[in-house]
Structure formats: structure tokens, C-alpha cells
Ligand binder design. Structure first.
Ligand code: KG4
Ligand code: ZN
Length: 344
């Protein structure tokens, strides 16, 4: 089954053609980095406009690169949420238009579930049942994935997403936006035990996360207790490296401990990860270590499938269609899909 996938939930316009959920024939992403960088964050109106400008051309190019034609596409998959509503609407409207004009079925996909299952794209066999950790700029969630249409939320952030915390810490340290990759690079040179930042919600059974206290702890560490500015100049470049490393260590401790606790509780032997923060070197290394010592299989997707992409949307759409799901032209976008939705 050949699926055209469309992803426009945030600030990447992405289109992919995927066959049988596994063979990625094309996977294109038009980043809006330049549009938003000067504002230090995504501006929703500008994101919608950029999606609108890019989408048509990307669909044509994705088909051409896949050496595919509209006739040979079996269905259109599109991210229906969660995300920025204006951005989602551009993708959903485009997908509905294509489905109607090409006479093809349509399937709406949950963006976070697509992240959770993105590791499967590169595997020869399905990795389920598994615990899935989704760590991105907008989401931090742990799922139990039993099958492509059977995914249960185990825990999620009660405040900031982990990528958001990385971006805020980068902004506190004046390292640019988005800052996750820079904080990661600086952390690799630093000492992760230099500052003992708080590890929130590690006690007790909860699989929820909280990162806003950690972000504030970094802010006060930099500027002084209760202060939100004026202190950055006091720190040397080496000390900033140590602060980045100590922040990463606090984040990674919580993410890894909760993931391991979830796998243990559910008795599964497989862990998969998705989302842009899966690029983080300390997270990858620590997960690999802990999974190896606990005898768990760990699947970390290639970076192109970790960050926002349409291949994961097409792949999940394909699996859901195979399981008998599809949507009509009444499909609507939703900024906040219920996280416990059973269908992927
Ligand atoms: O999945 P993604 O591309 O977009 C969302 O769906 O949100 O994730 C983007 C997030 C940003 O917050 C970015 O700072 C973070 O992923 N990120 C990283 C790294 N690379 C990207 N965070 C930590 N370490 C990295 N190496
Ligand atoms: Zn995402």
C-alpha cells in the first residue's frame, strides 16, 4: 500500500511517500527555521502562511522523487493533531482536497502517536509490545504501545515539554533558538556533576514529568536566587558547559528512570524513542546503557524520523488503513487531541 503523508502540525512542512509502512520512497521537509528564528519561538500565523506557500510544491516533489503518480497513491495520511490549529488546518484541508480530487481514502493521524511509533519504520518486524518515550519540543510522554491502533498513555509532562525546557535553558544562556542541539554540544564538554539541579517527580509511582522547576532552577543559578536577569556575565564559557551538562544530567535521569520503571511495570522487553530530543547524546548513551544492563531492546530511530517528518505520518496511516481504519472528508483538525485515544 502506497501512502502520501502530510505533516504540518508546527513549524515544518513535510510530505512523504511510504510503501507498506516501511519503504520510504521520499521524505521531504521544508523547515521554517528562518521565519521564526528572529522571534525566538514559533509564530503561529507565520507558520500557517509558510505551510500554505510550501505544501503544493512539496507534494509534487515528493511524488516525483518517489517516482510515483497520484493514480498509484492508495491513500492520503495527514496529521490531524495535536499542534497549532492554523498549521494543522492547512495540512488537513490540503489532504482532504487531494483525497477528494484523486478519489482516494483519507486517514487522520495523531502526531504524538506517529512519533511514538516512528522507530518501526526502520525495523524488519514490528517492535510491539513496547514502551515508547516521546520527547519533543511540544510533547513529553510515555506510552504503552500494544499495536499501531492500540496505544495507551502512561504519563506525560504536567507543564513544559522537555524540548521546551532545552530551548528555554538555551535562551537563558543566550545560546540561540532552538537551543537543544547547542545545549547538547556544550554539555558534552562540561561536567554533569558540577551543579545538582532538581529531579522532579522521581519519587512515587507517577510516570508523569515536570520540567518547569528545573528551568527555574537554572534561571536562578545563573542570575542569583529570585533573580531573572543580570547574572549571565559572571560565568565563564567552561562554567556554562558545566551548567549545560548538569541540566542535561537532571533531564536524562528523570527520562531514563521513568522509562525503565514503565518497562519494568509492564513487563515488556522493548523500548522505542521518538521526537527531536531523542537526538540528545546523553539521553541516547544513558538509555543504551540502562537498557543493555536490564536486557531490554532499545530502538532509537535515525534523526530524520525523530524530528518532525511526514514519513512517520504516512507509515502510521498505512498501518491504520491495514487495520481497517479510515476517515471521511468530515475529518477535522484538533489542536489538542485526547492523549488517551485508542486509535493511533
Ligand atoms: O520533534 P521536534 O523536531 O519538534 C516537535 O515536534 O516539537 O523537536 C524539536 C525539539 C526542540 O525543542 C529542540 O531544541 C530539541 O528538539 N532538540 C534537542 C536536540 N536536538 C533537537 N534537544 C536536546 N538535545 C538535542 N541534541
Ligand atoms: Zn513533533
Amino acid at each position: 500500500m502506497t501512502i502520501l503523508g502530510i505533516e504540518t502540525s508546527c513549524d515544518e512542512t513535510a510530505v512523504a511517500v511510504v510503501r507498506d509502512g516501511r519503504h520510504v520512497l521520499s521524505n521531504l521537509i521544508a523547515t521554517q527555521f528562518d521565519v521564526h528564528a528572529k522571534y525566538g519561538g514559533v509564530v503561529p500565523e507565520l507558520a500557517s502562511r509558510a505551510h500554505l506557500e510550501k505544501l503544493d510544491g512539496l507534494v509534487e516533489e515528493a511524488l516525483a522523487q518517489a517516482r510515483c503518480t497520484a493514480e498509484r497513491v492508495d491513500a492520503i495520511a495527514v496529521t490531524r493533531g495535536p499542534g497549532l490549529i492554523g498549521s494543522l488546518l492547512i495540512g488537513v484541508t490540503a489532504a482532504k482536497t487531494l483525497a477528494w480530487s484523486w478519489g482516494k481514502p483519507l486517514i487522520g493521524v495523531n502526531h504524538v502517536h506517529a512519533h511514538a511509533m516512528s522507530a518501526a519504520i526502520e525495523l524488519d518486524a514490528d517492535p510491539w509490545p513496547a514502551v515508547a518515550l516521546v520527547v519533543s519540543g511540544g510533547h513529553t510522554s510515555l506510552y504503552q504501545v500494544r499495536d499501531y491502533h492500540d496505544i495507551v498513555l502512561l504519563g506525560r509532562t504536567v507543564d513544559d515539554a522537555v524540548g521546551e525546557a532545552f530551548d528555554k535553558v538555551a535562551s537563558i544562556l543566550d545560546l540561540g533558538y532552538p537551543g537543544g542541539a547547542v545545549v547538547d554540544r556544550r554539555a558534552q564538554r562540561g561536567n554533569p556533576t558540577m551543579v545538582r539541579f532538581p529531579r522532579a517527580m522521581l519519587r512515587g509511582d507517577s510516570l508523569d514529568f515536570s520540567f518547569s522547576g528545573l528551568k527555574t532552577a537554572v534561571l536562578y543559578h545563573i542570575h542569583g536566587p529570585g533573580k531573572t536577569s543580570g547574572g549571565l556575565h559572571r560565568w565563564t564559557e567552561d562554567e556554562i558547559d558545566d551548567i549545560c551538562a548538569s541540566f542535561c544530567a537532571a533531564v536524562v535521569d528523570v527520562l531514563v528512570d521513568k522509562t525503565m520503571a514503565a518497562a519494568d511495570r509492564l513487563g515488556v522487553d522493548t523500548v522505542v524513542v521518538g521526537g527531536g530530543v531523542a537526538a540528545n547524546s546523553m539521553l541516547r548513551a544513558r538509555l543504551a546503557e540502562r537498557c543493555a544492563s536490564a536486557g531490554l531492546r532499545l530502538y532509537l530511530p535515525s534523526m530524520v524520523y525523530c524530528t518532525d517528518n511526514a514519513a512517520m505520518v504516512a507509515a502510521l496511516g498505512c498501518r491504520l488503513m491495514s487495520l481497517g481504519y479510515s476517515d471521511g472528508l468530515e475529518l477535522s483538525a484538533s489542536a489538542s487531541l485526547p492523549p488517551k485515544a485508542v486509535r493511533g
